[in-house]
Design a protein around this ligand. Structure first.
Ligand code: CMC
Length: 392
C-alpha cells in the first residue's frame, strides 16, 4: 500500500542515522568516530579502536586498562564449547564454523542475552570480543589437527592470538613483534565500514530484537560471500590461478573485460569508494614492508602489482572507477604470516567484530529504530484458481 521506492541493492537508501563511521567515497576518506583511519592504524591498537567504535570516545587509561583486562579474562572457552566446535568436519570452511560458533555462544552464556540491559549488553560485548579471538585461533588449529591452547592472560590481544594459533604445545613461542604490529593494524583497518552488507544484516537481524550473538552470526554469514569479505580469499585464489597459467596477467584482464561468467577482478571495485580505498593504500605499503622484513619474495605480490598497474590504466576499469579495495593485498600478508587462504575471511570477521557490535548497540539504543521490513514490487501472476492435480 502507498508509495514504494524501488532501490535494488539499496544504492540510494539510508536505513539509519549513525555516528560511528564516515566514508567519503570520492575523496577516499574513512573516519571512525571522526578519527582518520591513517592515524588510528598508525598509532592505536585494536582493542582501543574497539572501545572507540563501541563507546564513542577514546578511552582514558583506566577505561582502556579495565576494558583490556575484561576482554582478556573472558578469553577461555567452556570445554563443551571446544567439543562443539570439534564436531564439524576438519575440512569444513571456517566461515561456516565461525557463524555457528558465534550463534552457539547464546547457548553457553544465557546470562548475557538481555538486549535491554546496558550491563548485560556490555557483558555480551566483552564476551564476544574475547571468544571471537579464541574461536578464530581454534579454526586454524582444527584444520591442521592441533589442540586448542589455553590463553595467556599476560599477553596482548594480538600477541596471544598469534601464539594460540601457531605455537607448538609445550614449546616456548614468541610472536614476531613485526607481525603482531602488522596484524593489529589489519584488524583496525577492518574494524568498521558503516552500512556495508554484513553490518546491514546485523542491524536488520537485531531490529527484531534478536540477541547480539544471533545478529553477529548473521553478519558473519553475509561476510562469507565472495563479493564481500570472502573476496580476500578469492583474491589469493585468483593470483594463484594466474601464476599457474604462466603468470599471464593480460590474458586474465581480457577475460574480466569480456565479462566471462564468474570472472571479476577480485579485490577491485567498491559500492562507495570511487577512488583509491584508503585502507588498500595502507595494506599495500604494509605488504611490501612485511615481506621485505621477513625476507619473503612472494611471486603473487608481483602478479598483484602488475594486475593493479594494468587495471588502473585500462579504460574498462577507469570508466567504471574501479580501484583496489581493502581485500586486494591483505591475503599476501596473511599468507606471509602463515595463514592458509580459508582463514583469511575469518580474520576479516575477527577485525569486524567491534563494528558489528557498535552498529547493533547503536541500533538498539536509537528510538527511531523500527523492525527492518523492506517492501517489494510484485511481478508475479495475478489471482488465479487452483486446478486439481488430475486436471492439469
Ligand atoms: N571486476 C570487473 N568488473 C567489475 C568489478 C570487478 N571487480 N567490480 C565492478 N565491476 C563492473 C561491473 O561489471 C559493472 O559493469 P557494467 O556497468 O558494465 O555492468 C560496473 O563495474 C559496476 O559494478 P556493480 O557490480 O554494479 O557495482 P556494485 O557497487 O554493485 O558492486 C562490488 C561492488 C564490490 C560488489 C564489486 O565491485 C565487486 O564485485 N568487486 C569484486 C569483489 C570484491 O573485491 N569485493 C570486496 C568489496 S570491498 C570490502 C568487502 O566488502 O570485503
Amino acid at each position: 500500500t502507498g508509495y514504494v521506492t524501488y532501490d535494488p541493492g539499496f544504492t540510494n537508501t539510508a536505513q539509519c542515522e549513525s555516528k560511528i563511521t564516515f566514508i567519503d567515497g570520492d575523496e577516499g576518506v574513512l573516519l571512525y568516530r571522526g578519527y582518520p583511519i591513517e592515524q588510528l592504524a598508525g598509532k592505536s591498537t585494536f582493542l582501543e579502536v574497539a572501545y572507540l567504535l563501541i563507546h564513542g570516545h577514546l578511552p582514558t587509561v583506566d577505561e582502556h586498562d579495565g576494558f583490556v583486562e575484561r576482554v582478556n579474562r573472558h578469553t577461555l572457552v567452556h570445554e563443551d564449547f571446544r567439543t562443539f566446535m570439534g564436531t564439524f568436519p576438519r575440512t569444513s570452511h571456517p566461515m561456516a564454523v565461525m557463524s555457528s560458533a558465534v550463534s552457539a555462544l547464546a547457548t553457553f552464556y544465557p546470562e548475557s542475552l538481555d538486549p535491554y540491559s546496558e550491563e548485560t549488553v556490555e557483558l555480551a560485548t566483552v564476551l564476544l570480543l574475547a571468544k571471537a579471538r579464541t574461536i578464530t585461533s581454534y579454526l586454524h588449529r582444527r584444520r591442521v589437527g592441533e589442540p586448542l591452547l589455553y590463553p595467556d592472560y599476560s599477553r596482548g590481544y594480538v600477541d596471544d592470538f598469534l601464539r594460540m594459533t601457531f605455537a607448538v604445545p609445550y614449546e616456548q613461542y614468541e610472536a614476531n613483534p613485526i607481525l603482531v604490529h602488522a596484524l593489529d593494524q589489519l584488524l583496525i583497518l577492518h574494524a568498521d565500514h558503516e552500512q556495508n552488507c554484513s553490518a546491514s544484516v546485523v542491524r536488520i537481524t537485531g531490529s527484531s530484537h534478536a540477541n547480539l550473538y544471533a545478529s553477529v552470526s548473521a553478519g558473519i554469514s553475509a561476510l562469507s560471500g565472495p563479493l564481500h569479505g570472502g573476496a580476500n580469499e578469492s583474491v589469493l585464489r585468483m593470483l594463484t590461478s594466474i601464476q599457474q597459467n604462466d603468470g599471464d596477467v593480460k590474458k586474465f584482464i581480457s577475460r574480466v573485460k569480456n565479462k566471462e561468467a564468474g570472472v571479476r577482478l577480485m579485490g577491485f571495485g567498491h559500492r562507495v569508494y570511487k577512488n583509491y580505498d584508503p585502507r588498500a593504500a595502507i595494506v599495500k605499503d604494509q605488504a611490501h614492508a612485511v615481506l621485505s622484513i621477513l625476507g619473503i619474495d612472494d611471486p603473487l605480490l608481483a602478479i598483484a602489482m602488475e594486475l593493479e598497474e594494468i587495471a588502473l590504466s585500462d579504460d574498462y576499469f577507469v570508466q567504471r572507477r574501479l580501484y583496489p579495495n581493502v581485500d586486494f593485498y591483505t591475503g599476501i600478508i596473511y599468507r606471509a604470516m602463515g595463514f592458509e587462504p580459508a582463514m583469511f575471511t575469518p580474520l576479516f570477521a575477527l577485525g569486524r567484530m567491534p563494528g558489528w557490535i557498535a552498529q547493533w548497540r547503536e541500533m538498539m539504543l536509537d528510538p527511531k529504530t523500527k523492525i527492518g521490513r523492506p517492501r517489494q514490487i510484485y511481478t508475479g501472476s495475478p489471482v488465479r484458481d487452483y486446478v486439481p492435480l488430475d486436471e492439469r
